[in-house]
Design a protein around this ligand. Sequence first.
Ligand code: SAM
Length: 290
Amino acid sequence: MKLYSASTIRELEARHDFHLSKSLGQNFLTDKGIIDQIIEGAEISEDDLVIEIGPGIGVLTVEAAQRAKRVVAVEIDQSLIPILKETLAEFDNVEIVNRDILKTDINALIEEHGEGIKGVKIIGNLPYYITTPIVMKILEDGVRADSIIVMMQKEVADRIKSKPSKKTYGALSVAVQYYCTAEAIVDVPRSVFVPQPNVDSTVLKLIVRPERPVELIDEKIFFETVKGGFGQRRKTLSNALSGVCGMDKTAAAQVLAAAEIDPIRRAETLDLNEFARLANEVAKWKDSKK
Ligand code: SAM
């Protein structure tokens, strides 16, 4: 059965009395070329464990199962489970887990299914409504994955891979790029999904950095500084930072001077190294107040 087609989706819907859910971000992929690009981008080898987020009816899962040692597919929608059991029936290396990915301990899944595996790849055509929380969860939980190849709304992908001084550069860019490198594999038009969403998509490849790119005194203060800086992105840093980590305007001016950053600059002009320098001065200031 050719899974990636509108008629198959309709046929499965009718036979299993399944109804596509808008609120679960169910926009199913029907383009084999894009499926291939996601799978090739993931560079799955026969020693790999693949964790798939939101398998839907299994268009990516069948391709991953043919290449990987094992595939664990996490799907929240219980009504898709009988469909997945049918479409993946020929594979004995696929585990379907009926769970919310945001409430799943992914490292525990890897541990549980990781016997004899060498690499871990995360793939998925992510539900739009929780793309950012899923990506941040994977990164903040320190999930033991080598790469993450995921399709998402183009605007979110643009923000994730953005560089300083661009309109799309913000706290999400700095946060994701702290953990990994980000590269767009392909832009995807809305016309290849059933049903068609209101936005275009991008397949993004995130490669987890083996080591953090900057040295931080306190990771939490770093993220608070980044968030605070961008909280009022039109303001100069000296204004945007007052109120962050308990600093008043004088303290903000003090830490900016110590970090050798011009106080009239805006957060959107700072690169990762400058944010790290600034956050380390905030940490030192905070420590001096104890
Ligand atoms: N992979 C399929 C494809 O490309 O055709 C489906 C992708 S669809 C955009 C997103 C999938 O994620 C749906 O199957 C949806 O039910 C599932 N999903 C939504 N929220 C989820 C969550 N919190 N945890 C796990 N799966 C979720």
